[in-house]
Design a binder for this molecule. Structure first.
Ligand code: PNS
Length: 159
């Protein structure tokens, strides 16, 4: 299977996301970034903003990937685009505990679709969209956690 999906909320995209996308793009013939239309928590950025941000930052980083929104089940999206693999980044044991049942159930309901996990780069391991937003809401600097353009957009959104 040479088509992979890297799904997420990307609210906002972080340097960790960009690193996983770069590494995944090197492993598959085609990488599709699946941006969830319905993130679990109330998103800071709209779907259109999240699509535009991740597409722009991938292009800026020279990463060959398509960006698409998906609604509903991830496995319906993987089936629709003919992807056999889901890519997720793992920062630590808590991520694994969250991801493992989803990988197992996606395989069960998704016709055998596999999830592969890429271990986060140690330098990027503590970064999450949630903590980036928390730092920014508290007035802290998020430079070095997200691409520079994203940091500016977070500041503008919270201003
Ligand atoms: O970046 P996130 O918020 O960790 O991404 C989570 C996401 C969007 C990948 C996950 O919530 C998801 O796959 N949502 C789609 C709904 C779905 O298929 N749920 C069943 C999982 S077994």
């Amino acid at each position: 299977m040479t088509i992979a999906v890297y799904p997420g909320s990307f609210d906002p995209p972080t340097l960790g996301h960009i690193d996983i996308a770069r590494r995944a793009a090197g492993l598959f013939a085609r990488l599709v970034i699946g941006v969830s239309t319905r993130p679990g928590k109330a998103p800071l950025f709209t779907l259109d903003e999240r699509l535009a941000m991740i597409a722009r930052e991938l292009a800026a980083a020279g990463i060959a990937a398509e960006v698409r929104a998906f609604d509903g089940l991830l496995t319906d999206f993987t089936r629709a685009i003919g992807a056999g693999t889901i890519v997720r980044g793992l920062r630590g044991a808590m991520d694994f505990d969250y991801e493992q049942p989803q990988a197992a159930l996606n395989r069960r309901i998704g016709g055998g679709v596999e999830t592969i996990f890429l271990a986060a780069d140690p330098a990027l391991q503590p970064i999450s969209s949630t903590l980036v937003k928390e730092i920014a809401r508290g007035g802290g600097a998020v430079d070095g956690l997200v691409p520079p353009g994203i940091a500016a957009e977070i500041r503008a959104k919270l201003a």
